[in-house]
Design a binder for this molecule. Structure first.
Ligand SMILES: Cc1cc2nc3c(=O)[nH]c(=O)nc-3n(C[C@H](O)[C@H](O)[C@H](O)COP(=O)(O)OP(=O)(O)OC[C@H]3O[C@@H](n4cnc5c(N)ncnc54)[C@H](O)[C@@H]3O)c2cc1C
Length: 414
């Protein structure tokens, strides 16, 4: 792989950009791989990348039924933060956040990580207490956050009306090194690096069955033929229940649509990410100037990857008291993705009833931020059978009642 650099841009400028290589190969599948990863979203690609980088396993295929990054990875609002309450969550999200800091250099691909600060507004006394508690927990976990008062909120986000009347801003939980990254670039950067290590990313190839024998996976059936493997990692987000069913086990997961929308582009007016969980809405401003807006999940299970007018109205209405300027903006487009939600609103990073099969699922509405940490940890689990970062996120916790309850935060856990 030729490295991207200022020198490479200058060189290509002199030869009419004829020397750029394809960022990743599009190979036909081989008959067998050491590891097959189903799903070329951020989590699947990151798992493959760290299998190669950290464990030297490069005989890997990542199989994708659509195009890489076309699932939730390319549909999310890209909020990155690690200010979770429970210790296992803080550990994996902070690992991920710290890997985002150096991801562009590591992958030699600009993922446009922008640690502009994430602010979660406290608009009820209950939220003030909750976020103060989270700030104390984060201090013990080594995650840098602080609870700030209403006046400081106004100073760092002047477009906000903090006076109410229904939901005045009483303060907020601020993580200065939280922020956003370019979602497609994260998928593309990992894909390029995986391809460079000799891994096969096979797009337009749906897994339709999992072949099993004696409690082990032997391979997968796909629309491009049967492929054998020694280990299988299922990383398919909103399709997790379907693929787990193919492998013969059930997951405690519900699949629901989560929608988002963007406004017309406007001049820079807000340089942080703001989440207003009580009224159920959040927003940031993209590099293009659009206000990127999201709210809660649809109230019923479905597999429909599209938006609805009712959602635009509901989410914008919720935010207008605090962001009056939104009332004068035209909304440009909206979309939806299918998220996989668990009962305790924490992910599943786990071994399965099949000896050589692993599952990474249940990130729900908030897994973009976790991509590098999750990939790092899943690669360790697949390669060695154990990872300290995944230890608490096993499937067995649902049998044993060992929940990692992030459900309060995860009402809007983007
Ligand atoms: C509107 C919206 C806003 C969000 N906002 C945020 C946010 O601000 N911050 C945040 O942290 N998270 C956010 N999320 C959540 C985040 O997008 C997801 O948790 C994350 O992208 C999941 O990544 P993934 O790689 O697991 O899944 P995906 O990117 O969905 O990848 C899974 C892949 O598996 C493929 N697949 C499925 N079935 C098969 C099959 N049978 N064979 C082959 N391939 C298959 C799919 O085509 C897909 O490409 C948001 C989600 C949505 C929808």
């Amino acid at each position: 792989m030729k490295r991207y650099s200022a020198f490479a841009i200058a060189r290509e400028a002199f030869r009419f950009h004829s020397g750029w290589e394809r960022a990743w190969r599009s190979p036909a599948p081989k008959k067998k791989y050491k590891v097959i990863v189903i799903g070329a979203g951020g989590h699947g690609l990151a798992t493959a990348y760290y299998l190669g980088k950290n464990h030297g396993i490069t005989d890997v295929a990542v199989i994708e039924k659509g195009w890489l990054g076309g699932g939730n990875t390319g549909r999310n609002t890209t909020i990155i933060r690690s200010n979770y309450l429970q210790d296992p969550s803080a550990a994996i999200y902070e690992k991920a956040r710290s890997l985002y800091e150096t991801m562009s250099q590591d992958l030699n691909y600009n993922v446009m990580f922008s640690p502009r600060g994430v602010l979660m507004l406290a608009q009820t006394h209950h939220e003030v207490r909750g976020y103060q508690r989270t700030a104390y927990a984060n201090a013990l976990q080594g995650v840098k956050t602080e609870f700030i008062d209403a006046q400081t909120v106004k100073e760092i986000c002047p477009i906000m009306n903090i006076d109410g009347p229904r939901y005045p801003v009483l303060g907020g939980l601020f993580q200065a090194r939280g922020g956003t990254a370019r979602h497609d670039a994260v998928a593309w950067g990992y894909a390029r690096a995986c391809s460079d290590m000799g891994m096969d990313i096979i797009q337009q190839c749906e897994v339709t069955g999992v072949t099993r024998e004696g409690g082990e996976v032997k391979g997968v059936t796909t629309t491009k033929g049967d492929i054998a493997c020694e280990k299988l990692s299922i990383v398919v987000a909103g399709n997790s229940s379907h693929v787990a069913e193919m492998a013969g086990f059930r997951l405690p997961i519900e699949s629901v649509a989560l929608q988002a929308l963007v406004s017309e582009p406007i001049k820079p007016c807000m340089d942080i990410v703001v989440m207003a969980n009580t009224v159920h809405g959040y927003l940031s401003q993209s590099d293009k100037g659009e206000m990127v807006i999201g709210g809660g999940t649809d109230g019923y299970n479905n597999y429909t990857q599209r938006g609805s007018f009712q959602h635009v109205e509901e989410t914008v209405r919720a935010l207008i008291e605090t962001f009056p300027m939104l009332s004068r903006l035209k909304m440009l487009r909206q979309w939806g993705g299918i998220v996989d939600v668990t009962g305790d609103r924490s992910p599943i990073l786990s071994k399965t009833p099949l000896g050589n099969c692993f599952i990474n699922a249940g990130w729900g509405t908030g897994g973009f931020k976790a991509i590098p940490g999750s990939g790092w940890a899943m690669a360790e689990l697949v390669a060695t059978g154990h990872s300290p970062l995944t230890a608490e996120f096993g499937l067995d916790r649902f049998k044993e009642g060992r929940f990692i309850d992030e459900s309060v935060a995860a009402g809007v856990a983007h």
